[in-house]
Design a protein around this ligand. Structure first.
Ligand code: TYD
Length: 142
């Protein structure tokens, strides 16, 4: 089973000049890139996310400010990731519930493996729990 993990990009440059971080398809980003979007001007007290995807893979970079991503996989295992460096992103495989708190007026740059498709979302947490139960049953039986 694929797991959430930090995808660190090499920083090109130095302290006096500043840096470039480069995300490249099937090199640093572990899938074909179909879509890039970014979220910004989200007030710090607002929670984003609150969903999982059935098939979509993503890498999310916090290119300005910081963000806290609480994730839960299909086995119910939970992890918290803080993104506070522009070159450190979080890879999310399919079937990961995520709750996102953006801090310091942060900007999240999201690199995605598919075009936008609302049918790929699981937006109701109880539906995600049902998927977890089905997954555990199928894997217990063989
Ligand atoms: P959503 O993915 O729920 O955002 P977040 O997890 O950051 O809170 O998307 C918010 C809204 O934007 C939702 O109505 C769908 C729409 N949307 C698109 O139309 N195209 C896209 O590529 C994305 C990511 C969202």
């Amino acid at each position: 089973m694929k797991k959430p993990k930090i995808v660190e990009l090499r920083q090109i440059g130095h302290e006096r000049l500043g840096y470039i971080a480069v995300a490249e398809e099937n090199i640093s980003i572990p899938f074909d890139i179909k879509r890039v979007y970014w979220t910004y001007h989200t007030p710090d007290d607002i929670k984003r996310g609150g969903h999982a995807h059935k098939t979509l893979e993503q890498v999310i970079y916090c290119v300005s400010g910081s963000a806290c991503l609480k994730v839960e996989n299909i086995l119910g295992e939970k992890e918290t990731f803080v993104l506070d460096r522009p070159n450190n992103g979080l890879y999310l495989p399919p079937l990961i519930w995520r709750d996102i708190e953006m801090r310091d007026r942060s900007v999240l740059l999201c690199i995605a493996s598919e075009l936008y498709n609302e049918d790929d979302y699981v937006r109701n947490y109880q539906d995600f729990v049902t998927l977890q139960q089905e997954y555990i049953l199928i894997n217990e039986n063989g």
